[in-house]
Design a protein around this ligand. Structure first.
Ligand code: GLN
Length: 259
């Protein structure tokens, strides 16, 4: 047991004695301070940020490594729940999870419902089309075309702003790519690093990504609106990991050395 764990145990038992003495004002039920396990929600369908390889128990990816490192820094264990991307904010609001890490873009609409950590990854939206596609070379060409996006995402919101696009909202990016290959849609709009990973790591045949970026977006860890303490703790842990090189190590593992 490391020093930090010992200290937090000492703090927790001191608090329990306090609460039992009636000072907690909760009839001596002795509610523990912060529960040890950090309940994390993620939509495990977004490689290389969160995914599960066949036959593997553990969830993998950049976000998974990062949140485990953050929790370790905070002296907490993690329990990761796989939820649909559009179910993450409702789960935070319902408090069935403490935080969500899921390649989630920080934006004002979401900020009305949840808190965000400091940004931890710079992303943006790009487009994937079939290799033989000639009519679509940029976003402006999408007018009159069929586009698949993941439901509840910034891609869905952004593509809706383009005039005359026929949108299909599916549950996962993998479903979108499948639809593209099956010629059910003409393009997929999705986060750049996920598109790139799909093309290179899966040796995806018959599709290509286009250069143009529709948006620049920052990912943040989403936290219940009432939980300012957790937001502060997560930010402090993230800062530490950036300072001590741990963040860079995790980054390099999934994306190569930073340019
Ligand atoms: N970054 C996008 C968003 O926040 C997509 C996230 C995801 O599908 N996991 O909407």
């Amino acid at each position: 047991m490391n020093m930090k764990k010992i200290m937090s145990l000492v703090a927790a038992s001191a608090f329990a004695v306090f609460a039992l003495a009636g000072c907690g004002g909760d009839n001596g039920a002795g509610k523990a301070e912060a529960p040890k396990v950090l309940k994390v929600g993620s939509s495990i369908d977004f490689p290389p940020f969160e995914f599960q390889d066949e036959g593997q128990k553990e969830y993998q990816g950049f976000d998974m490594d990062l949140i485990r490192a953050i929790a370790k820094e905070m002296g907490r264990d993690v329990e990761i729940q796989n939820l649909g991307f559009d179910g993450l904010i409702p789960a935070l609001q319902g408090k069935s999870i403490d935080l969500a890490i899921s390649g989630m873009t920080i934006n004002d609409e979401r900020k009305a419902n949840v808190r965000f950590s400091e940004p931890y990854y710079q992303s943006g939206l790009t487009m994937v089309v079939r290799e033989d596609e000639t009519a679509i070379t940029r976003f402006a060409d999408l007018k009159g075309k069929k586009v698949a996006v993941q439901i509840g995402t910034t891609s869905a919101a952004e593509v809706k702003k383009i005039d005359g696009v026929e949108i299909t909202e599916l549950n996962t990016p993998a479903d979108c790519f499948m639809e593209l290959k099956a010629r059910g849609v003409d393009a997929v709009v999705n986060d750049r690093p996920v598109n790139d990973y799909f093309i290179t790591k899966n040796a995806a045949k018959g599709v290509k990504t286009l250069e143009e970026k529709l948006t620049a977006e920052d990912y943040g860890i989403a936290i219940n609106k009432d939980n300012e303490k957790l937001q502060n703790d997560v930010n402090a842990a993230l800062k530490k990991l950036k300072e001590n090189g741990e963040y860079d190590k995790i980054y390099a593992k999934w994306f190569g050395a930073k340019k």
